[in-house]
Design a protein around this ligand. Structure first.
Ligand code: UN1
Length: 480
């Protein structure tokens, strides 16, 4: 059993000693304490914002090469240590070791991508409508950003928020997600080891009060949030009240359409990955399988068989396909929705049982529910667990209407061999990301990420789009 970590806030380039009243348990084996953690609040946020504010002028003025070098070095360190940090991530969050290592490598690549972007920031030069006048635009750093990060991608999402903020000359106060502070602290430590000046990136560990203090702080110029829709709405209101910029990434109820002409093997592989990998705890997870009549029974039969063969178990066991839920509450939410779905007339085709495994953990039996209709709660509310439902449809138009018929619009997918339907779907699906013959989850890091409707709010994250949120445009006029 590994040592118990003693975690700290990071403020002004240093670890801040604090009492550690909270214990983070390993979701795969709740007898194991992964870390003892502080419970920060307003005072820590005040100190962190103060440090970030003081560090801002020099960091904003630094050569982009300086910022690029730090991110590049941190990316190298993270890639070198992906097995150790990926293991910590799996112990803390519960995703499988392969998923934990994969996510850590992804975070390393994100740091390296934004190391390059730091050097590519650019503006425009235009002719003025007035004779002899020239117009120019620049992108400048904004100031201090508050980053409120989720537990389900405890290193990739902190990296994809912090890296562009830092690359473009801003300073940061980050809130680690409640269940996964150790992974967040590992990232922050690596960035400091890579040469980040003090105060440029601060980390506060704690509960909701930390997030609220960040949202309310007059010196926080922008907030990037990933989390639930309910909390996100409050963040947006708090930010709007004091005209801070805000970006929200929230839930999904992502549809995957399977048409009669689909390659069956492909459809099943795409559904298994999209619905169940990472224990279904991805806002991009497919949770509604909208399946055409002609392929429905064959698809359900093969998917059921493959699902039954997946091994649920300890995240560090190499034989495990699906790790536990992150917490008891998440586990209970999945089981509650299975009950709700069967209560509404759905039928469990696979899974649905309470699991008792060798180690005591928050395990959920990956579950497929069939015979559902679009307005059931299982088809309108996000579960955030390894639970998917199947809706039978007669044709593509009906499938599209159902796919679009929820309040979320993050990612949407279709499995088909018809170019006509694939292209039509990409045009008409009301989602920010539209996938053809690919899972709705598992996205690239160098292109825009975000959704429509209640899934997202504000500018896109990631890729070249990140500059829209993390910089401010200035327009210059000159006559000579
Ligand atoms: C992915 O599917 O690769 O919280 C990333 C989430 C999303 C990230 C998904 N913001 O699940």
């Amino acid at each position: 059993m590994a040592d118990i970590l003693a975690l700290s806030h990071w403020i002004d380039g240093r670890k801040v000693e604090a009492e550690r009243p909270a214990e983070g348990l390993n979701p795969s084996d709740t007898r194991e304490i992964v870390a003892r953690t502080p419970d920060g609040g307003v005072a820590e946020v005040e100190a962190a914002v103060d440090a970030a504010r003081r560090a801002f002028p020099a960091w904003a003025e630094a050569s982009p090469e300086v910022r690029s070098d730090v991110l590049d070095r941190a990316g190298t360190f993270l890639m070198e240590r992906r097995e150790t940090i990926g293991r910590l991530l799996s112990r803390e969050e519960g995703k499988t070791l392969a998923e934990g290592i994969g996510e850590t490598a992804r975070a390393a690549r994100i740091l390296k991508y934004f190391a390059g972007e730091a050097l590519r920031l650019h503006g425009q030069t235009l002719a003025s409508v007035r004779q002899g006048v020239e117009v120019q635009t620049w992108r400048q750093p904004v100031g201090v950003f508050g980053l409120i990060t989720p537990w389900n991608f405890p290193i990739a999402i902190p990296a994809w928020k912090a890296a562009p903020a830092l690359a473009f000359g801003n300073t940061v106060v980050m809130k680690a997600a409640g269940p996964t502070p150790a992974t967040a602290e590992a990232l922050v430590a690596i960035l400091h080891e890579a040469g980040l000046p003090k105060g440029v990136l601060n980390l506060v560990i704690g509960r909701g009060g930390v997030g609220q203090a960040i949202v309310d702080h007059a010196e926080v110029d922008g907030i990037s949030f990933t989390g639930s829709q309910g909390v996100g709405a409050g963040v947006a209101m708090g930010a709007a009240k004091r005209q801070a910029r805000v970006q929200l990434e929230m839930g999904g109820k992502n549809p995957l359409i399977v048409l009669d002409d689909a390659d069956l093997e492909r459809a099943v592989a795409v559904a298994l990955d999209g619905c169940f990998y990472a224990t279904g705890q991805r806002c991009t997870a497919s949770s509604r399988l909208i399946v055409q009549d002609g392929i429905h029974d064959r698809f359900v039969a093969v998917l059921t068989e493959r699902l039954a063969a997946l091994k649920v178990g300890h995240a560090l066991d190499p034989a495990t396909n699906i790790g536990p839920a992150v917490s008891e509450a998440q586990m209970e939410t999945s089981y509650r929705y299975i009950d709700i779905a069967t209560g509404e007339g759905g039928r469990v085709a696979q899974g649905g049982r309470r699991l008792t495994l060798e180690t005591p953990g928050w395990y959920v039996d990956p579950t497929l529910i069939v015979d559902t209709v679009p307005d059931m709660r299982i088809n309108t509310e996000e579960v955030f667990g390894p639970v998917a439902s199947v809706i039978r449809v007669s044709d593509y138009e009906q499938a599209l209407e159902i796919a679009n018929g929820v309040e979320f619009g993050l990612s949407a997918g279709i499995v088909t061999t018809s170019l006509k339907h694939a292209r039509d779907f990409q045009r008409r699906a009301r989602a920010g990301m539209v996938m053809v013959n690919l899972p709705t989850a598992g996205v690239d890091y160098h292109v825009p990420f975000g959704g429509t409707k209640k899934s997202s709010y504000g500018p896109r994250e990631q890729g070249f789009a990140a500059a829209d949120f993390f910089t401010q445009t200035k327009t210059g006029y000159s006559f000579s």
